[in-house]
Write a protein that binds this ligand. Structure first.
Ligand SMILES: [Mn+2]
Length: 432
C-alpha cells in the first residue's frame, strides 16, 4: 500500500497514527530521524524525506510509511521559535510534529518497539547517538548527511540512500535525492480525492497539489537559507544548496496561491529573526537548545551553539542570579550546566554581528578532568591558527582564562568564522 498524496498536515497526522498502530500491533516501522541538536535542518530533512518517500516508496519498502521523528522531547519544541514561525508557512503547528515523546519510554522501548521491527534512516547525522544508538544502531540502513563521515552506517544500504557529502544544508542533499520522485508525484497529480474527481474539477485538484507542494517546499527552503545565510555565505554555500534553492523556489512560484507574494529574502529574514528571538528564554534553555554530546574514548564532550554573543549571555545570567557580578553569574551557570552533564569538556560557540555589521564568533572551552584538560590544551595550541583564535575580554575586562589542576578554561575570538561546530567538534574529538 502506498500512502496517498496528502498535505504535510495530513501526512503528519497519518504518520502519528501509523506509528502508534505499529507499536500496538508489533508492525514494522521505518523511522527517519535527525540529529539530537534538532535544529531547523534536522527537522526539515526528516519531514521532507518521510513525506515524499512515503508517497513514492521503493518497491520492497520495509514498511508502508516513513515516520519522521524530531530528536527532542515535545516540550523542547518551544525553545525553537523559528520552527513555530516556519510551521505557519507549511500549514502545520507544533502539535503535528512527531518527537521523542511519540516513541515508547526508554525504559520499555526495546520491548514495545523491538529492534528487528524497525529500520532507521539518519538525516543530518551519520551515527545514531545515545540510548537510541545503543538499542537501534544496528538497524540503521540509510543516511543523508553533510557532517564528517563516522563510518557507522553500513556501506550497503539497499533501497535507501547512503549519501554523506559536503553541503551548506543537509536539506539540500535530501531535496536533490527526492527530486525525481517528487517530480513524478506532481506529474501524476493524484490525490486521494483526485482519483475519483470529475474531469472539470481536475484543475482544482491541481491547485490543491501545487499548494501542498509549495508548503513542503517552503519547509525545506527555510533550512537551506538559514544554513547558507540566504546563499550569501560563500564559505558554506555549495552547488547542492544553489540547485535545491532554485528547485524549491520554483515549486513555490508555480503555486498561484504563493507566487505573487513570495519574496525569498523576506522569507529568510522572517525565519532568521524568529531564530534569534531568544531574549525571553532562560540561560539554561539557551545553552541546551542547540546542544550536542559526544562520548568518545572515555571522554564526554558537550558543545552548545548560541545565536547571541557572550555579552548577551552574561547579562542574562546576571538578571537571573541578581547577586553575583555578571561574570561570576555567567561562569557559575556554565559550570552548573557542564557538571550536571558530567562533562570532561564543555564548549560554547556563539555567533553574532559586530557593531560594524560583521559576522563574528566566540569560542569558549572549559575542561573539567585531567583527560579533558589535556585535550583542551592540545586544541588550543594545535588548532589556534586554523580557527584564528585571538584574545578575548568580557564587558568587565575579564578574560576568563584559568589554568589549574581542577579545571582549565579559555575564551577566544574565533576569527576564522567559516568554522562552525561541524569543524570544531571533530577537532576536539581528534585531540581526545
Ligand atoms: Mn545540518
Amino acid at each position: 500500500m502506498t500512502v496517498p498524496r496528502n498535505s504535510l498536515r495530513g501526512f503528519l497526522a497519518q504518520a502519528r497514527s501509523a506509528l502508534r498502530g505499529a507499536i500496538e500491533t508489533s508492525q514494522k516501522v521505518t523511522i527517519v530521524i535527525g540529529n539530537e541538536s534538532a535544529d531547523l535542518d534536522s527537522m526539515t530533512c526528516s519531514i521532507l524525506y518521510a513525506y515524499i518517500r512515503s508517497m513514492a516508496p521503493p518497491r520492497n519498502a520495509f514498511s508502508p510509511i516513513y515516520i519522521p521523528i524530531t530528536n527532542i522531547p515535545k516540550s523542547d519544541v518551544q525553545l525553537r521559535p523559528e520552527f513555530l514561525e516556519l510551521f505557519k508557512h507549511a500549514n502545520i503547528n507544533s502539535t503535528h510534529l512527531l518527537t521523542l515523546d511519540d516513541l515508547p519510554e526508554l525504559s520499555a522501548i526495546k520491548s514495545k518497539l523491538p529492534p528487528q521491527n524497525t529500520k532507521w534512516v539518519l538525516v543530518d547525522h551519520n551515527a545514531l547517538q545515545g540510548q537510541l544508538g545503543k538499542i537501534y544502531g544496528d538497524r540503521v540502513e540509510g543516511v543523508i548527511d553533510h557532517h564528517d563521515e563516522e563510518g557507522k552506517v553500513p556501506t550497503e544500504t539497499g533501497d535507501e540512500p547512503r549519501v554523506v557529502e559536503k553541503s551548506g544544508s543537509c536539506t539540500s542533499l535530501v531535496t536533490e535525492y527526492l527530486r525525481p520522485s517528487w517530480d513524478l508525484l506532481s506529474g501524476l497529480g493524484m490525490s486521494s480525492g483526485a482519483a475519483h474527481a470529475q474531469n472539470d474539477s481536475l484543475s482544482d485538484d491541481d491547485a490543491v497539489i501545487k499548494t501542498w507542494d509549495a508548503q513542503a517546499a517552503q519547509l525545506g527552503l527555510a533550512s537551506i537559507l538559514i544554513d547558507t545565510a540566504n546563499l550569501q555565505d560563500k564559505s558554506k554555500t555549495t552547488g547542492h544548496d544553489q540547485e535545491a534553492v532554485e528547485y524549491l523556489e520554483a515549486r513555490i512560484l508555480s503555486c498561484p496561491k504563493f507566487a505573487a507574494s513570495f519574496d525569498r529574502t523576506k522569507f529568510y529574514e522572517q525565519i532568521d529573526s524568529a531564530k534569534k528571538d531568544i531574549g525571553g528564554m532562560r540561560l539554561e534553555d539557551i545553552l541546551r537548545k542547540d546542544y550536542k554530546l559526544w562520548n568518545d574514548k572515555g571522554q564526554k564532550l558537550g558543545i552548545s551553539s548560541v545565536v547571541k554573543n557572550i555579552e548577551f549571555l552574561r547579562k542574562k545570567a546576571a538578571g537571573e542570579a541578581n547577586t553575583a557580578t555578571a561574570d561570576d553569574a555567567f561562569l557559575v551557570a556554565l559550570q552548573r550546566f557542564a557538571t550536571e552533564r558530567e562533562l570532561d569538556l564543555y564548549s560554547l560557540m556563539t555567533t553574532s554581528t559586530s557593531a560594524e555589521g560583521h559576522f563574528q564568533r566566540e569560542l569558549l572551552v572549559w575542561a573539567f578532568s585531567e583527560a579533558g584538560i589535556a585535550t583542551a590544551k592540545k586544541v588550543a595550541t594545535e588548532s589556534s591558527d586554523e580557527l584564528g583564535l585571538e584574545g578575548w575580554q568580557s564587558g568587565e575586562g575579564k578574560c576568563y582564562d584559568h589554568d589549574g589542576k581542577e579545571y582549565w578554561r579559555n575564551v577566544w575570538w574565533q576569527r576564522q568564522v567559516q568554522h562552525s561546530r561541524k569543524r570544531v567538534a571533530p577537532l576536539l574529538r581528534e585531540a581526545m
